[in-house]
Design a protein around this ligand. Structure first.
Ligand code: SAH
Ligand code: SF4
Ligand code: F3S
Length: 481
């Protein structure tokens, strides 16, 4: 039941959702049931699968019914204030459940756990257990401590934890598309962003374990993997940030090489990745994308703002011109590439002219999709310490609306350009709206819906579809074979 939408054109502020992790337990059971709910980015959903794996090894069975759970864990996000508000409301509901069932263990995981640490236990008394993103191996001990009558906290961040050896238990067994975390943390310090504080230093996972996990997914019927990291372009294994080799006896791997290793598993395994960073995305990544048909022609390249001064205040490390040059490079190597972005409206000090620069950059790039947000000040970030959050809320909202309206037009245009083409689509299943239609994505990550018309279809199968019509959200077509 838990699907994660990667490239849809919607405002994420409205779509941070809780999803229950459902996995069948394997091995010796301890008679206890675990319920995990996840919020935030794909990395959090991926982490919940690691957590489920650790806990099922301990004998827990997972359940989608919170009322029968002995342990309830909520994996949380801090990226914007409303993400935290949603979790707080949920925790208040859990607290009520605990009044009826005092033996219930309630734990908070993820970015809010890391940001708020003990205060969730002590001042707010909302939970029994707090575990940060690098502390999940310790969860069985922490739960034991709580069962022994104590409150338990582990929010230590690590320089090297990548959970490389833990095979995540997949949410949607029998699924088609899976997320594979290739790195953790972030070293970038964009001034608006809380992630470096909640996720710690950047570290890359051993490429052999990544390839092995992708091979196993392929053998189990998956046909698409998305390689995940906050900044995949700075993936490096056995290389220091200055490019020096750490161990001369081991091979080194950068992101382009890793992507090639995964692409070579099978031409029938689609490869996607997220997120690229404009300051770090190099031509060798684009060249590898152009070389392999199974690496999807789709890049998520968050711009945040179209104005160079705002970008400098954001500490993004690139200018408007640099960003536009990177877009040109994408179009040169992969003319057909879909491009999406993230945009923040009303960052500290943003003038009307600076906002207009964002709109004009959107006109120049014509993104296929965008995730658009109002700036939300986060405690401890550089922006909170250095700048005033001085754009009034109604101005932030109005600018956001202008950005969304423009994007809607561009999304429709991008889809209209695809009408008349024939595309390879990976079938994901029946359309949500009609039993006579099936759906799947093309390489550009657009959702394509088409009638079955007696076709003997299977989930995870590729099919050629002629695109006949579209909306700003979906392509409509018919099977061309
Ligand atoms: N690592 C990715 C983004 C991770 S967070 C990158 O560098 O692009 C996802 C998006 O949330 C960001 O791209 C940004 O647009 C948005 N975001 C982050 N902090 C925010 C804040 N304080 N207020 C509003 N939006 C924010
Ligand atoms: Fe946050 Fe910037 Fe790191 Fe992305 S690159 S996670 S926006 S600090
Ligand atoms: Fe949210 Fe943490 Fe992801 S703050 S966006 S869950 S890295």
């Amino acid at each position: 039941m838990s699907t994660i939408d990667l490239g849809r054109n919607k405002v994420i502020d409205e779509s941070i959702q809780g999803e229950a992790t459902i996995i069948q337990a394997e091995g010796q059971k301890n008679g206890k049931k675990l319920y995990v709910e996840s919020y935030g980015c794909q990395m959090n959903f991926s982490d919940s699968e690691v957590v489920a794996s650790i806990m099922t090894k301990e004998g827990y069975e997972t359940t989608r019914n919170m009322d029968e759970a002995d342990v309830v864990l909520i994996n949380t996000c801090s990226i914007r204030e409303n993400a935290e508000t949603r979790v707080r409301n949920r925790l208040t509901e859990f607290k009520k459940k605990k009044e009826d069932n005092p033996g219930l263990v309630v734990g908070i995981l993820g970015c809010m756990a890391e940001r708020l640490k003990k205060s969730l236990l002590e001042e707010e008394k909302l939970v029994d257990l707090v575990a940060g993103p690098d502390a999940y191996r310790d969860l069985p001990n922490l739960v034991n401590e709580v069962e022994g009558g104590q409150r338990a906290v582990n929010v230590l961040l690590s320089r090297d934890e990548t959970y490389a050896d833990i095979s995540p238990v997949r949410l949607d067994q029998g699924g088609v598309s899976a997320f594979v975390t290739i790195m953790r943390g972030c070293d970038n310090m964009c001034s608006f962003c809380v992630v470096p504080f909640t996720r710690g230093r950047e570290r890359s996972r051993d490429p052999q374990t990544i390839v092995k996990e992708c091979e196993e997914l392929f053998q189990n019927g998956y046909r698409e993997v998305t390689l995940l990291g906050q900044n995949v372009d700075s993936y490096r294994f056995n290389l220091s940030s200055k490019g020096e080799i750490k161990d001369v006896n081991l091979p080194t791997t950068n992101f382009a090489q890793l992507m090639e290793m995964v692409a070579l598993i099978s031409p029938d395994l689609r490869v996607r990745f997220s997120t690229s960073h404009p300051k770090d995305m190099t031509d060798d990544v684009l060249q590898i994308m152009a070389k392999y048909e199974n690496i999807c022609p789709y890049i998520h390249l968050p711009v945040q703002s179209g104005n160079t001064e705002v970008l400098a205040r954001m500490n993004r490390g690139y200018s408007r011109e640099w960003y536009l040059e990177r877009i040109e490079a994408i179009r040169k190597y992969i003319p057909d590439c879909a491009i999406s972005t993230d945009i923040i409206s009303g960052f500290c000090g943003e003038t009307e002219e600076e906002h207009q620069d964002t709109l004009s950059l959107m006109d120049l790039v014509q993104y296929d999709y965008a995730y658009m947000f109002k700036y939300s000040e986060r405690p401890k970030t550089l922006a909170e310490r250095r700048f005033e959050d001085d754009v009034p809320d109604d101005v932030k909202s109005r600018r956001l609306t202008e950005i969304i309206d423009k994007q809607q037009k561009h999304s429709l245009l991008a889809h209209q350009k695809q009408v008349g083409r024939t595309d390879k689509v990976l079938i994901e299943g029946l359309s949500k709206r009609s039993k006579e239609h099936i759906c799947g994505r093309n390489g550009r990550n657009a959702m394509v819906v088409f009638p079955i018309n007696g076709y003997d279809w299977k989930k995870g199968q590729y099919v050629q579809v002629k695109i006949t019509d579209c909306t700003s959200a979906t392509l409509l077509g018919e099977i061309a074979e």
